[in-house]
Design a protein around this ligand. Sequence first.
Ligand code: ADP
Ligand code: ADP
Length: 220
Amino acid sequence: MIKLNNISKYYPAGFGKTYVLRNINLEVKEGEFVSIMGPSGSGKSTLLHILGLLEEASEGEYIFMDTLVQKLKEKRRTELHRNAIGFVFQAYHLIDELTVYENIETPLLYKGISGSERKSKVADILDRFNIVAKKDLFPSQLSGGQQQLVGVARALVTDPKVIFADEPTGNLHSEQAEDIMNVFKELNQKDGVTIIQVTHSEKNAEYGNRIIRLKDGWLD
Ligand code: ADP
Ligand code: ADP
């Protein structure tokens, strides 16, 4: 499903370049639950953003679902991102002015899904995550754990093949963190969704079936 061949990422620095990722080779098969670990600044977020089609690599080859990513025009890349990928962020990234319902509905609007289908998909997710009673509340009226649950619901509503999560429990208490990790585990095991998360926590990493470690932009 995912294959990186010699991927590097650098930023211009004076007359030279500063490498953030160097010669990354990585394969992730459908149905895996992978945790990316490593110290601050080791390139974890950059790698996740490249994998999730949010950023482009500087060098190397990225093949995502049989598609050579570098060859894609911006528009096709956005389309692929919308159709196949869900993203969950540490700070939730919910839209404050929209209700829980509207936040979850947003990716379906971008995809041009019809009103009746949107209604049924949002209703299914609200029901599955037990947040029907919260649907008309705004993010500021929810606890952190509930906001992240909405973040996961929003990532999931488009039926993505892969969910990328960047420190999804970084802002949560341990109890809420466990709830979110159990949601990921269930999505992976019951629904077969491939999951790739960045985490600082060995405990969170153990919910997955594989850990990869980064150090100074290299795979350890
Ligand atoms: P991690 O997620 O492991 O903390 P990041 O991927 O966020 O690491 O960052 C890796 C390195 O890349 C850091 O040293 C950071 O300062 C650098 N970096 C990230 N974005 C940019 C940028 N736009 N320009 C220059 N350096 C950057
Ligand atoms: P958690 O167990 O996830 O930490 P909290 O103890 O933070 O939950 O919140 C418990 C209940 O209080 C939740 O049902 C939540 O909807 C409600 N709640 C939390 N913060 C607010 C708020 N600012 N306004 C209204 N309701 C809130």
